[in-house]
Design a protein around this ligand. Structure first.
Ligand code: PMP
Length: 405
């Protein structure tokens, strides 16, 4: 992969920040946008913008084609069996909320179990807490191994015949660990449970094949895969989406409306009430084209190698603790430097042009498990280089020297 050629597509990366070249190491929070996505949005608004599914005029047809074309692109990208299995949402958070409300609340009874892990992002935790409160279901947790990974044996011990739903992240947004979701799907299905995968951190780092994983639901966000903010996806197996209740009601999602009753369209449209996120979907479709042009296998190889390089580089820094597995992680390194609060560390790095995230990363239970109030996190995408990791290391040495004085 030619990273310097690739960086040409990302105009934002060319700037200086605080007098230094921008070193953007916060793609796990939101990835940068290539010119192709920016151009697709511009072209849509300049030429095709209209509402979808109802215009008989030319622009209405073009907008509908662009929107439904993006759905087809997403379906192909994750290898869904049909476009009808792709629901456009606002992002991972709203995708998970849709399942926790539209599916879990109708399927779960008192004493049923919902199985999660302690590493989940709040987006894959709180919706289930709320569903459990509403139905009387019980939340059970697959314990973490010492390095934060999951063991298949623990999954098999935690998922039981009372389990209705298992919800796990594909890749943790703190630990960078890749969870064995295919094996988890097998165990869940053996027990009669459904599996939802939070793919927010996975879709941009390698090929995702929902049929191969055999997950029932897969949730992700456009903005973490070079698409615009405000657009996300819920993949769901067709039969499940058909059985699932909409949670938002209004225009666009209806079949027939009377004064006292109404019927819904088929999935996925019954879940997309109101004017949908048309330009967002068009931008996401363009982002997928870019990712495929780079090649998902090439991206995965690059991101694995760069993360391993960062781990090796950072391990040499005295007083630095890395959280999570040191092998097989992808896309991020989460860490603390002795005696420096991660917010101070992130501020010091920013003064050197290096953008990292600091805080609890929307994973407060995991922070408690790690014994840390907060951590810093450097995260990588295909456009990051070893030189940038070296700059991060240099920034960390500078911060150490500064705070030691
Ligand atoms: N799950 C994981 C693992 C994440 O990293 C994130 C984003 N930080 C989310 C869910 C939520 O994504 P969004 O804010 O785009 O809905």
């Amino acid at each position: 992969m030619n990273v310097s050629a690739l960086r040409e597509w990302f105009p934002i990366l060319k700037q200086q920040v605080n007098g230094y070249p921008l070193t953007y190491l916060d793609s796990a929070a939101s990835a940068q946008k290539p010119v192709q996505v920016i151009e697709a949005l511009k072209r849509f608004y300049e030429w095709d913008n209209a509402n979808v599914h109802r215009g008989v005029h030319t622009l209405g047809s073009r907008a509908t084609e662009a929107y439904e074309g993006a759905r087809a692109n997403v379906a192909r990208f994750v290898n869904a069996a049909s476009e009808a299995e792709i629901v456009f949402t606002r992002g991972t958070t709203s995708s998970i909320n849709l399942v926790a409300t539209g599916y879990a609340r109708t399927m779960c009874r008192e004493g049923d179990e919902i199985v999660l892990t302690p590493m989940e992002h709040h987006a894959n935790l709180i919706p289930w807490q709320q569903a459990a409160k509403a139905t009387g279901a019980i939340l059970n947790y697959i314990p973490l191994q010492e390095d934060g990974t999951l063991s298949v044996e623990d999954v098999a011990r935690t998922v039981t015949s009372r389990t209705k739903i298992v919800a796990v992240s594909h890749i943790s947004n703190v630990l960078g660990a890749v969870n064995p979701v295919k094996r988890i799907a097998e165990i869940a299905h053996r027990c009669g449970a459904k599996l939802l995968v939070d793919g927010a951190q996975a879709v941009a780092h390698g090929k995702v094949d929902v049929q191969e994983l055999d997950c029932d639901f897969y949730a992700f966000s456009g903005h973490k895969m070079c698409g615009p903010t405000g657009i996300g996806v819920l993949y769901g197996k067709r039969a499940l989406l058909s059985a699932m209740e909409p949670v938002e009601f209004g225009g666009e999602m209806i079949g027939h409306v009377d004064l006292r009753e109404a019927t819904w369209k088929e999935a996925p449209w019954k879940f997309e009430a109101g004017t949908p996120i048309i330009a967002g979907a068009v931008g996401l479709g363009a982002a997928i084209d870019v990712l495929e042009q780079i090649g998902m296998d090439a991206i995965e190889k690059h991101d694995l190698e760069l993360t391993a390089y960062a781990v090796a580089r950072m391990k040499r820094i005295e007083g630095l603790t890395i959280y999570g597995p040191t092998e097989g992680r992808i896309g991020m390194v989460t860490f603390n430097l002795d005696g420096i609060h991660p917010h101070d560390l992130a501020t010091a790095l920013d003064a050197y042009g290096v953008a990292v995230r600091a805080g609890h990363h929307c994973c407060q239970p995991l922070m408690r498990w790690l014994g840390a109030q907060a951590t810093a996190r450097a995260s990588f995408f295909a456009y990051n280089t070893e030189e940038e990791v070296d700059r991060l290391a240099e920034g960390l040495y500078r911060a150490k020297a500064y705070f030691a004085d």
